[in-house]
Ligand binder design. Structure first.
Ligand code: SF4
Ligand code: SF4
Length: 440
């Protein structure tokens, strides 16, 4: 894979040592870590992983495939970061460690390199190519070809990891965000704010309706909304998978497309993207051309629920659904732990007429989605999904709300497999539905 030029790529050995030293080995993160919970092994805990990283930084350990596997087993859920009283920057450590593991190529195989190149360097770097792949996928899913391939066992030609997740492939939407949202939309009357709307990658291909709902809610609250029809990926997937140079290149492209000084806010509705989008300042801190704009970018990026709470959104007068419902809310790891946005989506849901919010036990415990975790760690991803579904089922809620497309897909699939009929919505979709029903 040929990365774009970067200002600098930190390795564990070149990383500011104070970041590695922050861990005081207190162990308070251990009960919050899903992989430690699963195995009770120190090396599968945040403290153990940080010790391994420090040993590499100190030159006492080389990057081996055992280390790379350990970093792959970590969900990157950041629950440890929330629990840590010392303020350990686990995001920085984790991304640097995964980057070291990729650079050392200890786990490289020809097939793995090909799929990483195709997904990270081609599809998730070229939005038109990604949409083209989405259209091809939709034809495949709708034409009967998918059924034929499964019937005749042709999935055997896929690598084992992809063969396993092939039945879980999300259904691609008929139209993407650029066909649902005009590049510039204005509210009736004077706009109070000017915002940019990020449409994401998976959100764009699978849940473009959530993007339309987000635009509608912003318009209803006095925001003029700019939504460029073609947007590069935010780079979250790249940073999470150790491709920091690619992530930097994408950050620069997004800043060029949506200069932050033009906007009151840059809105994202995907928890995983938002967590990464708010770190552009750090990602580009050594890039003299972009560093200042990246810092301003970080200040302007808001999750949609965070922005609505900040500007004081108008509670709707109508119910979102025809009946009164109970709703339970699952926290996306990167919205809760990465962005510390937990109260705002709940406030939004509580302000909906006809909605009673019920607590979800372990709402911040990872559902096992975690980017490509279902591909790389299928057993652990399924175990986490079962735990999540059991907790959701226990609430006896009518509806599940969550604010990240990966969690949405993962939990909806788990509920479906368990025979639980419970629709899943983004909180902003429920608000948009309520506003629409006001006009009926
Ligand atoms: S990111 Fe999640 S899985 Fe990884 S060490 Fe922290 S709590 Fe454990
Ligand atoms: S809570 Fe923080 S300081 Fe304590 S062991 Fe975990 S990472 Fe280290």
């Amino acid at each position: 894979m040929s990365p774009e030029p970067s200002a600098s790529t930190a390795t564990l050995r070149s990383l500011d040592y104070s970041i590695l030293q922050q861990c005081m080995r207190c162990g308070m993160c251990l009960p919050t870590c899903p992989t430690y919970d699963a195995t009770k092994k120190e090396r599968h805990s945040p403290r153990g992983r940080i010790a391994l990283m420090r040993a590499i930084a100190d030159g006492d350990l080389e990057v081996t495939h055992v280390f790379a596997d350990e970093m792959s087993y970590c969900l990157g859920c950041l629950a440890c970061q929330t629990a840590c009283p010392a303020g350990v920057d686990y995001t920085e450590l984790f991304e640097t460690a995964r980057s070291d593991a990729e650079r050392s190529a200890v786990n490289a195989t020809a097939a793995r390199s090909f799929w990483r190149w195709l997904s990270l360097a081609v599809l998730f770097r070229r939005p038109r190519a990604l949409r083209l792949a989405g259209r091809v996928m939709r034809v495949y899913q709708r034409s009967g070809l998918e059924a034929a391939v499964r019937t005749f066992g042709l999935t055997m030609f896929l690598p084992p990891s992809l063969r396993r997740v092939e039945p879980q492939a999300p259904r691609v939407a008929p139209r993407f965000s650029n066909r649902l949202i005009a590049p510039h939309e204005t509210p009736g009357g004077d706009a109070r704010y000017r915002v940019a709307l990020l449409t994401g990658c998976i959100q764009d291909l699978v849940f473009p309706g959530v993007n339309r709902d987000t635009a509608d809610v912003l318009l209803a609250n006095g925001c003029a909304v700019d939504t460029p029809p073609v947007q590069p990926c935010c780079g979250s997937l790249h940073a999470h998978n150790g491709e920091l140079d690619l992530a930097r290149g994408l950050a620069r492209r997004l800043i060029d497309l949506l200069p932050p000084n033009r906007y009151d806010a840059i809105i994202t509705n995907a928890g995983g993207c938002g967590s990464h989008l708010k770190r552009y300042g750090h990602l580009l801190e050594r890039d003299t051309t972009y560093a200042a704009a990246a810092r301003e970018w970080d200040r302007k990026v808001k999750d949609v629920s965070e922005w609505l709470a900040q500007i004081g959104f108008r509670p709707p007068r109508a119910r979102p659904l025809s009946d009164n419902v109970t709703v339970t809310y699952h926290d996306s790891c990167h919205l809760a732990h990465g962005q510390k946005v937990t109260a705002q989506p709940r406030t939004l849901l509580q302000d909906l007429p006809g909605v009673a919010l019920v607590d979800l036990p372990e709402s911040t415990w990872c559902c096992g989605s975690a980017g490509v975790y279902a591909i790389t760690q299928p057993a652990q991803a399924e175990a986490l999904l079962h735990r999540k579904v059991d907790n959701v089922r226990r609430t006896r809620a009518d509806v599940l709300a969550t604010a990240n497309p990966g969690c949405h897909l993962q939990i909806a699939r788990g509920l479906g497999d368990a025979g639980v009929e419970m629709p899943v919505f983004h909180p902003v979709s429920l608000l948009a539905m309520a506003y629409r029903r006001e006009r009926q």
